[in-house]
Design a protein around this ligand. Structure first.
Ligand SMILES: [Zn+2]
Length: 120
């Protein structure tokens, strides 16, 4: 439902009193950043959008976000715990976690089963 001028003015006063910039209401809906969760290739197979790329200044509307989600764009960066289908599929396809800086060099794991288990 569209806002009346009075509602808009009141909304602006409230937002400004809470610390929003005066222009914010004029730029409604808010522009937010989306992150690429699905690698996009052109017809020749070259990668035109790599996973993790930030796309700035897109509308934050739920309806818009839904459409973008189908294309693999979400307002949060991809991660190994990301619940989106693209990240899940890529984890299943590679069989490994997307490495983050803190996990780039994981500690070697002890074998729990095998011919020498318990022999040491
Ligand atoms: Zn994801």
């Amino acid at each position: 439902m569209p806002m009346t001028t009075k509602e808009r003015t009141d909304m602006r006063k409230e937002l400004v009193s809470l610390g929003y910039a005066w222009e914010y209401v004029d730029e409604w809906p808010a522009r937010i950043s989306y992150y690429v969760h699905r690698e996009v290739k052109n017809p020749r197979g070259a990668v035109v959008r790599t996973v993790g790329t930030e796309v700035v200044g897109l509308p934050g509307l739920p309806t818009y976000a839904k459409e973008k989600a189908k294309q693999g764009l979400f307002p949060w960066p991809p991660s190994e715990t990301c619940p989106c289908s693209w990240c899940r599929r890529s984890r299943e396809a590679t069989g490994e976690k997307i490495s983050t800086p803190s996990e780039a060099a994981p500690a070697p794991r002890r074998r729990k089963v095998g011919p020498n288990y318990g022999a040491v």
